[in-house]
Design a protein around this ligand. Structure first.
Ligand SMILES: [Zn+2]
Length: 354
C-alpha cells in the first residue's frame, strides 16, 4: 500500500512516500481503507522523535482519519465491509481500573494512533473496532478526517472537565490551532462568550467570522489586563490552555474568581512560573485534560451531527505531498487542519458535503 513514512527521526525532509506492507487486522480489529487523514502537531513531534516514546522504524504517522471498513478481524461485530467511519485516535487497554471506570484516556497504557503504533497516513490502517464511529453523513471525507483528535480534546476540556455552561465566558489562547478552533466552535454552540488571542490579525479576523466575540492580539496588548478591562475587572469563567509557558501567567490573570483553567498542552514550554497567590486568592481550579474517554468520543461525534459542528480545514493535499503538509505544520502558518487525501480518496460519498 502507499504510505507516508520515515526511517529516521528528523525534519520533514526525512519523510518518504512509498510502499509499506498492508496491515493484517487481528482479533477485535478492523482494517480501514483510509480516504483522508489530517495532521496534528503530535505528528511533527513523533517525526522529530520523543525521548519518552520510542517508535519502531519505519514508522507511519497520523492520528486522525476517515474511511471505509475494508476487512474485519476475528470476533468483530457491529460493522460491515464498506461502512463509512471515523477513527478515535486513542488507544487503551480495556482492562485497568481506569478503563473499567470508563475513563479510557486515563488508561495506564494510554497511547495514540500514529504515535505508539502505525497511523493513518497510508491507504490502510488497522484499528480496534471499539475506536470506530459512523462518519457524520454531512461531512466530506477531508472534514470527516479533520475533527477527531482536536474536537475530542476540546470536548473533554470544555464539557467534561470545565463543565462549561451557557452564558459563561471563555478565553482561548492561540486561535488557529486545531484544538483552539474546536474549542471556539463548541463554546459558541454552548452559548458562551469567547475571547481569542493570536499574534496574527488575519487569524483574529477569521476567528471573528467564526463567532469569536473578542479578538486580542497579544503582541500589542496585555491579554490579562485586556480581559479584565472588557469584563469590568471580573475575568472569564474558563481558560483553554494549550500553549503553556508563554500564556500561563495571562491565563491566571484572566480567570474570574472561582474560574477554571483547563490545560491539555504546553507547546511553548512545560514549566511556567506559577503565581500561587492568584490560585488560592481567586480560588481557581487548574484542570488537566488529555484526549477523551469513549463516552466523550461518542458525545462529541453526536454533537458534530446534531449541533452541525464543523472543523476548519486549512488545506487538502494529496498523500504524495505529505512532506509539504508537514512543512506547513512546522511553519505554523495554517489556520485549521491540514488534510491529506489518499490515492483514490476523492471517490465515494460525502465529497460534496459541507
Ligand atoms: Zn486501561
Amino acid at each position: 500500500m502507499r504510505a507516508l513514512y520515515f526511517e529516521e527521526h528528523g525534519e520533514p525532509s526525512r519523510l518518504i512516500v512509498g510502499e509499506r506492507p498492508r496491515p493484517d487486522p487481528g482479533e477485535g480489529e478492523v482494517l480501514v481503507r483510509v480516504r483522508a487523514a489530517s495532521l496534528n502537531h503530535l505528528d511533527l513531534f513523533v517525526l522529530r522523535g520523543l525521548p519518552a516514546i520510542p517508535v519502531e522504524l519505519p514508522h507511519v504517522g497520523g492520528a486522525d482519519g476517515a474511511g471505509t471498513v475494508a476487512e474485519l478481524g476475528e470476533g468483530v461485530t457491529g460493522w460491515r465491509i464498506g461502512d463509512e467511519v471515523v477513527l478515535n485516535p486513542g488507544l487503551w487497554c480495556g482492562k485497568c481500573e481506569f478503563c473499567a471506570r470508563g475513563e479510557e484516556s486515563q488508561c495506564v497504557r494510554f497511547g495514540i494512533v500514529g504515535e505508539h503504533v502505525n497511523g493513518t497516513f497510508a491507504e490502510y490502517v488497522k484499528v480496534s473496532a471499539s475506536s470506530l464511529a459512523p462518519k457524520p453523513a454531512a461531512l466530506s471525507w477531508p472534514k470527516a478526517a479533520a475533527f477527531g483528535l482536536t474536537f475530542l480534546t476540546a470536548w473533554r476540556m470544555l464539557m467534561t472537565r470545565a463543565r462549561l455552561a451557557a452564558g459563561e465566558s471563555v478565553l482561548i489562547h492561540g486561535i488557529g490551532g486545531g484544538v483552539a478552533l474546536a474549542a471556539l466552535a463548541i463554546a459558541k454552540r454552548v452559548g458562551a462568550s469567547v475571547f481569542v488571542t493570536s499574534s496574527s490579525d488575519a487569524k483574529l479576523a477569521r476567528a471573528r467570522e467564526l463567532g469569536a466575540d473578542h479578538a486580542l492580539n497579544y503582541t500589542s496588548c496585555d491579554v490579562g489586563r485586556e480581559v479584565r478591562s472588557v469584563t469590568g475587572k471580573r475575568g472569564v469563567d474558563v481558560v483553554v490552555e494549550t500553549v503553556g509557558a508563554a500564556t500561563w501567567m495571562s491565563s491566571l490573570r484572566s480567570a474570574a474568581k472561582g474560574g477554571r483553567i483547563v490545560t491539555c498542552g504546553a507547546t511553548s514550554g512545560a514549566n511556567p512560573t506559577e503565581e500561587v497567590r492568584l490560585i488560592f486568592w481567586n480560588q481557581l481550579s487548574i484542570l488537566g485534560s488529555t484526549m477523551g474517554s469513549r463516552t466523550d468520543w461518542q458525545a462529541m461525534v453526536r454533537a458534530v451531527e446534531d449541533w452541525s459542528l464543523r472543523p476548519v480545514v486549512d488545506s487538502v493535499l494529496p498523500l504524495a505531498s505529505g512532506r509539504a503538509a508537514y512543512e506547513r505544520m512546522a511553519a505554523g502558518v495554517q489556520f485549521g487542519k491540514i488534510v491529506l487525501e489518499m490515492p483514490g480518496g476523492s471517490s465515494g460519498t460525502g465529497q460534496n458535503g459541507s
